[in-house]
Design a protein around this ligand. Structure first.
Ligand SMILES: Nc1nc2c(c(=O)[nH]1)N[C@H]1C(S)=C(S)[C@@H](COP(=O)(O)O)O[C@H]1N2
Ligand SMILES: [Mo]
Length: 258
């Protein structure tokens, strides 16, 4: 028998359930959706009674915190993320952004100048030519998106730790903040910035990074969820302050993989 719930002012239960599920990483998310995540289950999981918009927000925050704990065992920052053989590469690789693919920013490689700032010694900008001359390596790793999909890709670029060394970054600073061409941004912790698999990426699957995947440069970190992997990077700052980011400001948990 279907239970009838009284309407809750300011809350669309269907949307709330969808938003909560989005905050959960796979395979947890799938398990919840399969089990028919209900408002009752959300109340139980988070210990919050959902009576209005404010309590619904609180539920989402609790799920996000819970998510932090789950990701503690999904992504361990002290370990290397698994690497895969060429045969495991997902083709075509999914595109994702907060806008459709046709609206991906068009960055001019010829005039591109990466801005670097904050606690670093050398503040001159970096042209693509100078960036491409840095020592590069290739990784085949899994990209995991909070929206419930994952895919294996092949990325080539320079270790972020190597780049930070070249610009004389003070690696005692706790954060690195990335700014992207279309206004996206994200902040990562220094431990992740120095992780050996954290890469400033110039190539995808052997080709110059296509526009949709972040031309001319993205930051690839297989120890973090997809939304912490900024595309179309135009600025990078080594900071004492956590400036958050596009999704972080909208309630996704900050670590997302730490
Ligand atoms: N600049 C920028 N970077 C971004 C995003 C974005 O919207 N803009 N979306 C993030 C999210 S949520 C994901 S899953 C990945 C998708 O990367 P892909 O298109 O290479 O699959 O990019 C991340 N980096
Ligand atoms: Mo994502």
């Amino acid at each position: 028998m279907a239970r009838i719930r009284k309407p809750i002012p300011g809350v669309d239960p269907k949307l709330l359930i969808k938003d909560a599920a989005k905050l959960m990483p796979d395979p947890m998310r799938r398990a919840f959706l399969r089990g028919g995540l209900s408002l009752g289950a959300l109340t139980f999981l988070t210990g919050c009674d959902i009576v209005d918009g404010a309590s619904a927000e609180k539920v989402l925050l609790r799920v996000s915190k819970f998510n932090d704990a789950v990701q503690g065992w999904m992504f361990n920052p002290n370990k290397l993320a698994p690497e895969y053989p060429e045969s495991a590469i997902t083709r075509p690789f999914p595109f994702n952004a907060y806008y459709p693919e046709s609206e991906a920013p068009e960055v001019d490689g010829a005039t591109y100048a990466l801005e670097v700032g904050g606690r670093i010694d050398s503040k001159e900008t970096w042209s693509l030519e100078r960036l491409y001359a840095l020592p590069q390596e290739t990784q085949i790793t899994r990209h995991i998106c909070i929206e419930g999909w994952s895919a294996v890709g092949k990325w080539t670029g320079v270790r972020l730790s190597e780049f930070l060394k070249r610009i004389g970054a003070d690696t005692r600073a706790p954060y690195v903040w990335f700014q992207c061409a279309e206004g996206y941004s994200t902040t990562i912790d220094m431990a992740t910035a120095l992780h050996p698999q954290t890469q400033l990426t110039f190539r995808f699957d052997g080709e110059i990074l296509p526009r949709k995947y972040g031309f001319p440069m993205k930051c690839r970190m297989p120890t973090k969820l997809g939304f912490k992997n900024p595309k179309h990077i135009v600025g990078m700052h080594v900071l004492d302050k956590n400036l958050g980011g596009y999704w972080e400001d909208r309630g996704y948990n900050w670590h997302s993989g730490l």
